[in-house]
Design a protein around this ligand. Sequence first.
Ligand code: C2E
Ligand code: MG
Ligand code: MG
Ligand code: MG
Length: 292
Amino acid sequence: AVKRQGGDGWRFFSGDLHEEARQRLALTRGLRVALERDEFSVLFQPIVSVTSGRVAGAEVLLRWTPSDGPVSPAVFIPVAEKTGAIIPIGAWVFRQACLAAARWATIFGEAVPYLSVNVSTRQLDDPALADVFEATLRETGADPSRIVIEITETALMDDVDANLRMLRRLAELGLRAAVDDFGTGYSSLAQLLRMPVSLLKIDREFIDGLDKRRDSRIITSTVIGMGHSLGMRLVAEGVETAAQLAELSAHGCDYVQGFYFHRPLAEEAFIDIVRREIAPFLTAPDDPLYFL
Ligand code: C2E
Ligand code: MG
Ligand code: MG
Ligand code: MG
């Protein structure tokens, strides 16, 4: 079936429209009560420094497990964004990140990994966001300089002036910002230059093509060079192979994140890994990181 959409495009539905609408409604209702039912949790995916091979940070990834089984973020986040449920849910995620930051500071002291939290455009558009984050930081005692706000390139460039104002307020709180899924949107260098951004996260799409496609290699090395000239650090997302790591290392990428290193982990597993690394480190000569 084909349905006319909005005015400027066509949307193709493969399945039954009623079934789609019914599922969306069920998700909408489920998300509305998920916080009070305590159905959310967060996992921590390690972000590894290319030069030291050690865990430098973690991306906080939301999980939703209602009684009839887990729902993928790729499915429920867009619905939560559309209905506005992402505002209280996002505040909850930020609070979990702050609580973790405070716990980790007592465990690791100076060497505490940073936490990277996804923030959607709907949250950025909420004028109360900075006040909510400020109150949460104060209440949890988390060090804002160890927390990074991830905003997708597409969301960031959607309304540059408004987002710039909010990013500046967040920067005043001591938080840093990262551009997520970089390379998939259409930001101009001029727009990027205005943004108070510390990190660029190169989208998985390009990392996936690194060992197969010339254009992915060119885009990756260009983005790394550009980010460095703007004083930013680069994170590669979705690193799955030693060959991809070798390419990224050769191009001077700062951090890597992906299944090649670690999947998203429960907090205890994450802490164990960081603890083990602080002890004797990289002893196996066949570990690719050994050579970095
Ligand atoms: P993202 O922010 O780009 O997060 C990275 C996603 O890539 C995560 O999927 C992660 O599990 C996955 N990933 C990491 N390494 C690899 C790899 O080597 N190979 C592959 N195939 N995948 C890898 P996840 O956790 O399913 O999250 C999907 C998206 O949902 C996120 O993409 C983000 O846009 C959104 N999301 C997750 N948590 C939150 C949240 O708390 N708030 C908001 N607003 N969005 C969130
Ligand atoms: Mg992200
Ligand atoms: Mg990403
Ligand atoms: Mg992504």
